[in-house]
Design a protein around this ligand. Structure first.
Ligand code: CUA
Length: 358
């Protein structure tokens, strides 16, 4: 009896917790608020299947309740055995045909959506924007090969256009997922290149997450998709293409930081259009929504990150204690002024660290 009570209590507890937690979350990382072509397609499929399930549930419960009431044992009829029926052609046809119809209603749009989501026509179309995505423990690299632009963590795309992605991984399997504008796709190590596309309806900062357990900091492998108007995107491309990696910062501290950065960090990181090495490309670091994908973009956080990366993201590749805290502060001054593009997350209508698309 006690064990039963305990089970019942934990069932109530976890049931309530599920209900309460389902209210948590942020709009722009929700598959239930589709803001893009792929996510809308998936959302519609989900709605069709829920409608079918509800339909079946209601009918079955109605029949069940009716039978329970109508045919229950009545007083004075304890030994009564009702007429036994074996086989009923009409009924059997009905309960075979209805599920077939329901399965068809579900299958046709599902197969249609599956082919629609597999569109990779952009990969063979020179006019389409194709971006190479590389998953790394625990950050994302984006290479706009045709535009000679390389960036990490914040992926800028134009709205109202299909942007095609060629995806791979440099180490283990990751999964690229931006719930509010598209489905998800694994990135695999080796030669295998997976493809998908993004098509955002509205401007906004959409949150992305790695969705494949890839090591101790898997849950911290965040990124952002920043959808801006086509005009703003053109401007962004131009700004990014014109970044001068050697440009001298204004303040003395940032100038010292630049030198420290070049001596200590450049063997892994890159500024400008060079492909990233072991670490992310930091060309537009000052415009980033987050530091390391997860920290608010303040100088304090950046110094913490440079000096103690393993406390923040366990298992990541950045060496700790490479520079002193004083040096880290100068490097931070240098990195935070790398905001060469006028197009920022704010251009997409999102505040820098909230990333709201409302
Ligand atoms: Cu990368 Cu999980």
């Amino acid at each position: 009896m006690r064990g039963w009570m305990r089970n019942f209590r934990s069932l109530i507890f976890f049931g309530a917790l599920t209900l309460i937690l389902s209210g948590c979350g942020v709009d722009n990382i929700s598959a239930l608020k589709p803001e893009g072509y792929g996510s809308e397609l998936i959302f519609d499929l989900m709605m069709i299947s829920i409608a079918i399930m509800l339909f079946v549930f209601v009918i079955v419960m109605a029949i069940y309740t009716f039978v329970l009431i109508r045919y229950r044992r009545k007083k004075g009829q304890e030994d009564f055995i009702p007429k036994q029926t074996e086989g009923n052609k009409a009924l059997e046809i009905i309960w075979t045909v209805i599920p077939i119809i329901l399965l068809l209603v579900l299958a046709v749009p599902t197969v249609q959506a599956t082919f629609d989501l597999a569109d990779k026509s952009g990969q063979s179309n020179e006019d389409a924007l194709t971006i190479e995505v590389t998953g790394n423990q625990y950050w994302w690299h984006f290479n706009y090969a045709d535009q000679e632009i390389a960036t990490s963590q914040d992926l800028y795309i134009p709205t109202g256009e299909r942007v095609y992605l060629d995806m791979k991984s440099s180490d283990v399997i990751h999964s690229f997922w931006v719930p509010s504008i598209a489905g998800k796709m694994d990135t695999n190590p080796g030669e295998n290149v997976n493809t998908m596309y993004l098509e955002a309806f509205e401007e906004g900062v959409y949150w992305g997450q790695c969705a494949e357990l890839c090591g101790p900091s898997h849950s911290l492998m965040d990124f952002k998709v920043i959808a801006v108007s086509p005009e703003e995107f053109e401007q962004w491309k131009e700004d990014m293409q014109n970044i001068d990696p050697e440009a001298q910062p204004e303040t003395a501290s940032a100038q010292e930081g630049q030198e420290l950065f070049q001596n200590n960090c450049m063997s892994c990181h890159a500024i400008g259009n060079a492909a990233a090495g072991v670490g992310p490309n930091l060309s537009n670091f000052g415009n980033r929504t987050m530091i390391a994908g997860i920290l608010d973009p303040t100088k304090e956080n950046l110094v913490d990150w440079i000096t103690n990366p393993h406390e923040i993201k366990p298992g990541n590749q950045m060496p700790a204690n490479l520079v002193s805290e004083e040096e880290a502060s100068k490097i931070a001054d240098y990195l935070l002024q790398l905001d060469h593009s006028e197009i920022t997350p704010e251009s997409a209508g999102g505040s820098n660290n909230e990333g709201s698309n409302e």
